[in-house]
Design a protein around this ligand. Structure first.
Ligand code: SF4
Length: 307
């Protein structure tokens, strides 16, 4: 099998719209949240949880720049401060996330604990990732463009592919695992459509509590995922045509930056923009921040795109 290129991209989109797993999760969580993020493109202030996730991902990405023998917990710990400085230089408002040095120190200690937990889950001296932060895209037969970033892609000498995703939350309850794996199946589908090979393993690494969820997909799985994504996109298109973006309140509302504009909290959404831009903004999904909450949220599901 040919190596996956640095940017795995295939096909031509029939329309300009694209869908990522994060935005798909937003629509499933709450259609109004999807509208605020994708149609209105309302700005969102960074949160400590989002910043911690970004920092932990950056450290784990940089760790593999080092020779294999030097990928120790101490080496990873030494990357935290320079990576944080780099993130703050790129996004100065991150520095204002903390009331004082003590709060910042406690937050850094949590990030350090998560990175330390990573080493209890696997030994990075025995790995040589093929790609980190790999941008992938594929266009489905309908013309819908799927896109996203894969945290890490490992390719065995046999050509077998493992997709790895780091989560800074805790592992979801078993009955919500399918939802957590949707993102991974989404990536597996994109790679299958671009490479022609079904990835051998999907691996979610929960650094909040030190658990790994693994799943071996097959073609039937990925065809079902494709049907679900197409159904989800049809639901999004219906909402676009009707201008009907209903709030779906749940426990993830605690993480929503737009409560003040949400009718479920007494707010009024702004008028819909006259022309929405087809490219999605890069924002995390609320589910990325609140895996623990998601596990117990009892989020309502729409039966024609249930995951
Ligand atoms: S507050 Fe809750 S219901 Fe309202 S937009 Fe945000 S996620 Fe949706």
């Amino acid at each position: 099998m040919a190596a996956v290129p640095a940017n795995a991209v295939s096909g031509d989109a029939r329309h300009g719209w694209s869908l990522s797993p994060s935005r798909a999760a937003d629509f499933l969580t709450c259609p109004l949240l999807y509208r605020f993020r994708v149609i209105d493109r309302l700005p969102e202030a960074p949160s400590q949880a989002m910043a911690r996730g970004t920092l932990v991902h950056a450290v784990l990405e940089r760790l593999f720049d080092r020779p294999a023998a030097n990928r120790s917990p101490e080496a990873a710990g030494a990357l935290i401060a320079p990576e944080w400085d780099r993130l703050v230089a790129a996004e100065p408002e991150l520095a204002a996330l903390f009331a004082d040095e003590a709060e910042r120190g406690a937050w850094l200690a949590q990030a350090k604990a998560m990175i330390g937990r990573y080493f209890t889950l696997e030994d990075p001296t025995r790995l040589e990732p093929a790609h980190r932060e790999l941008h992938v895209e594929a266009v489905l037969a309908s013309g819908l463009r799927l896109r996203g970033y894969i945290d890490r892609l490992d390719i065995a000498s046999t050509g077998e592919i493992r997709i790895v995703d780091y989560k800074t939350g805790t592992a979801p309850r078993a009955d919500f695992e399918a939802r957590a794996l949707f993102q991974m199946r989404f990536y597996a589908l994109v790679l299958w459509r671009t490479q022609g090979t079904v990835p051998r393993l999907l691996q979610l690494m929960y650094l909040g509590n030190g658990e790994i969820v693994r799943y071996a997909p097959d073609e039937a799985d990925l065809l079902a995922t494709e049907r679900k994504i197409e159904a989800l996109w049809r639901a999004i298109e219906r909402a676009m045509v009707a201008g009907d973006w209903r709030p779906r309140p749940g426990k993830l509302c605690d993480w929503c930056a737009h409560q003040s504009l949400c009718p479920s909290f007494g707010g009024t959404p702004p008028p819909l923009p006259s022309r929405a831009e087809p490219d999605e903004p890069d924002l995390p999904a609320l589910a990325d921040e609140g895996a623990t909450v998601l596990a117990g949220s009892g989020i309502a599901r729409d039966k024609d795109y249930e995951l």
